[in-house]
Design a protein. Structure first.
Lengths: 478, 265
């Protein structure tokens, strides 16, 4: 390996800094008192506290799932700080009052908070540790009836909507981490697109974990009413700590008749160092409900960070003629482990789903695709197409595919394709012999491999994802 | 086209090289393959290097291009006045050294035209020239594919994926046509070619030959030399060039085999 390449391998995670800001946290550990404290700090209504406590009591009866193809030391849930927030100096009246230190953090991360600077036309909600710091473009969106705000704000301003939809797609007791999230979730984004409205700009949430030892348990709820559409983007980073941090989010999407939700994620949580020390445990439940006829939910994810990823953005296709899509690139390097995929649950008639999953494994990492395509007895004419491709870089990594297909209706059509390939030294030498350096060669091969997914990302995300993959893989060949 | 007065492109002196490592094969590292190779190539010349399997001819071409499986243990190679072995493989390529591979690799997902354009523009940058945008490059490439009689549909396909043996070799010559190297080494480009493909490949190479560049062909067979006529024929054996002659040497080898040369050496 050339020196230049070697240096690039050891290129540090560039979002790994810690912001020196006073935070207010509840004591670590979890019990009903902590939950009451979180609920009280957030001045929540009684019904929400009850939702949390019920989830907590259910969680106590549950076992941590062990079926995923990942291994990690037992998590001590009493060692986690469940709530941390930047200490507010006073109530924020406008964006300009955001703590300058915090603002610098997001500027470093490339997230502009100043609306004036916001030339990209993306409305951003920013979650720092446990609370939403600011939501841009809110007023402008409100003019056409779109609600885009922090989850806490939604609880106060739109309690009926929250009450109606919270837990309607991912019930509080759905799984171990969803139950934990339901008990302790602190903030997140809320988005409501009224009937017949096409959201004129992309909505975006930027998540940042800052405090060491804190977990992040955000909750996102997106509701698209009849005939509406929205495109939602999510980005994530975290500082570099030697300890593992838990991120257990829940995202719920609801699409009513003829509604269309497109949800894109570029996940770059801190992945740990090259020896697997530190990094985020990303145990996330994301599910969309195509509740109405002709509705459509499309997930696109680029997963490059986290020490461990356990994530299956899914679609429940309840409405007749509804469509679910899942486009994924999951990249693991060093000692990262990813077990990710999707579930497409066909309930309604003539429901369609499409899965394109690309796994890239390098270093000593392990990368698994796990998917379920289920066609219920009423889902006449259901169709699914799945394609799962794995690429191996080097000979110490692992790629696995665990597809499950369960069909209970004979009129369904299911297609599944899979492939495995490898970036070999011969390919790298070929590029070199044509004058192309290894960075460009890898980026070209990877982009070629991922293009079926990248075309579904919004432009600026696609550019970022391309750069990110190149950066993550530099030096992993040769 | 022998021209004693023309410029020396490549001068290899007493080159020795051994196997550095081969992935998945134990116990081969340290085996010496090249045991003192001498070769001078001038602008405008065509050389053929012949020899039996294992004589070191393919290794010689890979060592010149900088393949990581081999380590140079002695001797020198100057390419247009530059020490070849001080350059990384991609720097050698940008300096104008081209290797047409014996077994061209497949690059799934990367289109032929994207690869060619990146390689071409990398060279343009190296030479201080403007990069071509996709439309300008398309004009260039449409001319170049005629040289190897290739259907334009090959440009949109992934590099070598699903290509026949002959198509892969033509694709190598297409890359040569686009990059216009000073020195092209064709490593058994004729192997696995039917007679039509051989004719097309040879025609392509002949079209690209000028008084400013040179070609070194590594081959087992005399057949290719009917189409691309060499100025020099070298016989390699045991990691050395043991005999050098004109094009008639190839005919003699065809008629008498290699043993008499090896015995004489």
């Amino acid at each position: 390996m050339s020196t230049a390449l070697h240096n690039l391998v050891n290129q540090p995670y560039k979002h790994g800094f810690v912001t020196d800001i006073e935070t207010e946290a509840v004591p670590k550990g979890l019990n009903e008192d902590v939950i009451r404290m979180i609920s009280k700090k957030k001045e929540e209504p009684e019904w929400l506290l009850e939702f949390r406590l019920a989830a907590y009591r259910h969680w106590l009866t549950m076992e941590e799932p062990a079926w995923a193809n990942v291994s990690y030391p037992r998590i001590d849930f009493q060692e986690i700080i469940y709530f941390a927030q930047p200490k507010p100096k006073k109530q924020l009246a406008s964006m300009d009052e955001v703590d300058p230190e915090l603002r610098r953090t997001f500027e470093k991360l490339g997230v502009p908070l100043h609306e004036q600077k916001l030339m990209t036309g993306v409305a951003v909600d920013v979650i720092f540790d446990s609370v939403s710091v600011t939501t841009t473009y809110k007023a402008k969106l409100a003019e056409i009836g779109i609600i885009f705000c922090s989850f806490s704000e939604a609880v106060h301003e739109y309690p009926e909507l929250v009450k109606q939809y919270l837990g309607s797609v991912v019930p509080a007791g759905d799984n171990f981490y969803a139950a934990l999230n339901s008990a302790v979730f602190t903030d997140g984004s809320f988005c409501f697109i009224p009937k017949g409205t096409q959201c004129p700009m992309d909505l975006s949430t930027y998540f940042r974990i800052n405090t060491e030892g804190s977990g992040q348990f955000e909750r996102t709820l997106i509701i698209a009413e009849e005939g509406s559409s929205v495109c939602y983007l999510e980005g994530c980073t975290a500082p570099q700590f030697d300890t593992n941090q838990l991120h257990a989010a829940v995202v719920e999407l609801v699409a009513l008749d003829n509604a269309d939700i497109k949800y894109s994620t570029v996940q770059n949580w801190y992945a740990g160092d090259e020896n697997g020390k530190g990094g985020i445990y990303n145990f996330v439940t994301k599910r969309g409900l195509c509740k109405g006829v002709n509705s459509k939910i499309s997930w696109t994810q680029v997963e490059t960070g986290s020490a461990i990823t356990w994530k299956y953005p899914s679609c429940v296709l309840l409405g007749d003629n509804s469509t679910g899509e899942f486009y994924s690139v999951a990249l693991t390097n060093h000692l990262q482990q990813a077990d990710t995929g999707t579930k497409m649950i066909h309930v309604g008639k003539n429901t369609r789903s499409k899965i394109i999953a690309k796994g890239i494994s390098a270093g000593r990492s392990s990368n698994s695709y796990r998917g379920l395509v289920k066609v219920g007895s009423r889902a006449a004419g259901a169709r699914n197409y799945s394609q799962c491709d794995s690429m191996l870089i080097g000979d110490r990594c692992v790629a696995n595919t665990f597809p499950t297909i369960d069909v209970q209706n004979t009129t369904a059509t299911i297609e599944h394709e899979a492939s495995t390939s490898k970036i070999g030294e011969d390919q790298m030498f070929f590029f070199a012999q044509r004058g192309i350096g290894s960075e460009e060669a890898i980026s070209m091969i990877i982009n070629g491999f991922c293009k079926d997914v990248f075309v579904h990302l919004p432009m600026e995300f696609a550019v970022e994802a391309t750069k990110l993959l190149g950066l993550k893989l530099e030096g992993s060949v040769g | 086209m022998i021209n004693k007065g023309s410029k020396v492109l490549l001068e290899v002196k007493n080159l020795r090289a051994e196997i550095a490592r081969v992935a998945g094969v134990a116990g081969v590292a340290g085996i010496e393959i090249l045991k003192g190779v001498n070769l001078t190539v001038r602008a405008g010349e065509v050389h053929a290097i012949m020899g039996i399997n294992g004589s070191g001819k393919s290794t010689f071409s890979k060592v010149l291009a900088g393949h990581p499986d081999y380590a140079v243990t002695g001797g020198s190679a100057m390419f247009e006045g530059r020490d070849l072995f001080s350059l990384e493989p991609e720097e050698r390529a940008r300096a104008g050294l081209f290797l047409a591979f014996q077994y061209p690799v497949e690059i799934p997902g990367v289109s032929n035209s994207a690869l060619l354009r990146l390689a071409y523009n990398t060279l343009q940058t190296e030479r201080g020239l403007e990069e071509l945008d996709p439309l300008e490059f398309d004009d260039l490439i449409q001319e170049k594919i005629k040289i190897v009689e290739m259907d334009p549909s090959f440009l949109g396909r992934s590099v070598n994926e699903g290509f026949s043996g002959g198509e892969k070799k033509r694709n190598e010559i297409l890359q040569m046509a686009v990059l216009e190297p000073r020195l092209a080494i064709l490593d058994e480009t004729d192997s696995g070619l039917d007679i039509d493909a051989l004719r097309i490949v040879a025609k392509g190479v002949n079209t690209l030959l000028t008084s400013d560049n040179a070609v070194v062909m590594v081959t087992h067979y005399q057949r290719l030399l009917n189409y691309i006529v060499p100025d020099y024929v070298h016989v390699m054996d045991g990691g050395r060039i043991v005999r050098t002659g004109g094009k008639e040497l190839a005919l003699e080898l065809e008629a008498r085999g290699y043993d008499w040369v090896r015995a004489a050496a």
